[in-house]
Structures are given as structure tokens and as C-alpha cells.
Design a protein. Structure first.
Length: 220
């Protein structure tokens, strides 16, 4: 079943990046904005686009938002609207609400007052990275290196535990490179490929996005 997300307001470069990345990754994406012109510009590139006020509960409820996997609130320029939209999304029951903030103070307010699950700062995080993090719950972090390649942190997949990288042939079989192993908060980049992979560790991998996504689906 396709995952469903809503991008609410603030359809600048950040909001558009989130919406289009999610759409390109096979999700159903609902875009809501007060600007009819903005909605017309993106309507043919997402699943559903509507002109509405994201601070009105009736408008959000009418979109079937109870079935959403997550929502991204992109109105950092209007803190009051951001808080209201975040509160409404949590009240409706959307499980994952990500709010855009201009600074740390605004981010704190959105979390403590609005109840946002995650706050992002566009100056630091790319919209496409946020979109991928919403989908790739098996990864603890996802850093986009280019359109096709990324670096991720992932818990050692269950089938790999107690097997060495040489034995598994990770680079040959999967086409990804292990650049580090993280355990107990320490990163080791000079690891022995013959060393069995421990259970409570994270691997830092670099590879093609499609390959990384497949690895993420290995049995945990």
C-alpha cells in the first residue's frame, strides 16, 4: 500500500522539494496552500493539490488526513499558523508531524506548544533528505550526496550479524561501501573486514539510493 503524506503551506523550495521527492518515491502526496497560483503550479506533479487554509480543522479533516502517514508543516514565516497547523494535525491523529522552523527558538516552540514530532531547519537540511527520512525508518540517518547516491546509518541487518564483511561480500554482492562502524557512540573507520559484525552496532554505508533502500528492507 502506498504511503500517504501531506505538505501543508510554505511551498517554497523546501516544501516543493519534500513534496516532489515523496511523489517520486512512489507516495501519495497531498499539497495544501492558501495560494491558488502556487497550487496550480504544482497540481500536475503531485497526487492531489488543494487551495485551503491549513489552520482550519474542517479543511484538514475534509482531506482524509486521518489516513496520512505523516505531514510536513512548511510555514516557518508565520509561527502562529505553524503552531495551529501542527496542533490540528496532532489532534486529528497524524502519527508523524514535521514542522519547518527558522531558528532554534521557533523550533522549541513548535515542539513544546505545537507538539511537533520533528523540527527541521531548511538552512541545514534539504527537503529531499527530510522526505527520505520519513520513508526510510530503518535508517537512523540519510545524507544525500547526489541525486542518485547517499550515505546512510543503519543497524546491522539481522542476516549479517556475526558474519564478516569479507564473508558477506558486501561490496561485491550489494554494490555498497562500508565506510565506518559505529558502536557505543564511537566511529571506527579502520575496521578489519574479517571481523564479525556485532549485533548492537550501526553501519555507515555509501551507495546508490535504490540499493540502500533494498538493504534497508533486509530482515531485522
Amino acid at each position: 500500500m502506498r504511503k500517504q503524506f501531506a505538505v501543508l503551506g510554505g511551498l517554497g523550495s523546501f516544501g516543493r522539494s519534500v513534496a516532489l521527492t515523496l511523489e517520486n518515491m512512489g507516495c501519495d502526496v497531498i499539497v495544501v496552500d492558501k495560494s491558488q497560483e502556487t497550487i496550480q503550479e504544482i497540481s500536475d506533479r503531485v497526487t492531489y493539490a488543494i487551495t485551503a487554509d491549513i489552520t482550519e480543522k474542517e479543511a484538514l479533516s475534509a482531506l482524509g488526513t486521518r489516513n496520512l502517514d505523516g505531514a510536513i508543516i512548511g510555514v516557518a514565516e508565520n509561527l502562529e499558523a505553524g503552531i495551529m497547523a501542527t496542533l490540528l494535525c496532532k489532534e486529528i491523529g497524524i502519527p508523524k508531524v514535521v514542522a519547518k522552523a527558522k531558528n532554534k527558538l521557533q523550533g522549541t516552540i513548535l515542539k513544546k506548544v505545537g507538539g511537533a514530532d520533528t523540527v527541521v531547519y531548511p538552512e541545514i537540511e534539504m527537503g529531499s533528505r527530510v522526505a527520505k527520512s520519513l520513508l526510510a525508518t530503518e535508517f537512523t540517518d540519510w545524507i544525500e550526496l547526489s541525486n542518485d547516491y547517499s550515505m546512510v546509518e543503519i543497524a546491522v541487518p539481522k542476516p549479517w550479524i556475526n558474519h564478516s564483511m569479507a564473508e558477506l561480500g558486501i561490496r561485491t554482492k550489494y554494490g555498497v561501501t562500508v565506510v565506518g562502524i559505529m558502536q557505543d557512540g564511537n566511529v571506527n573507520v579502520e575496521f578489519n573486514p574479517q571481523m564479525p559484525l556485532p549485533e548492537n552496532a550501526l553501519l555507515i554505508l555509501v551507495g546508490a539510493n535504490k540499493v540502500l533502500e533494498k538493504i534497508g528492507k533486509l530482515e531485522k
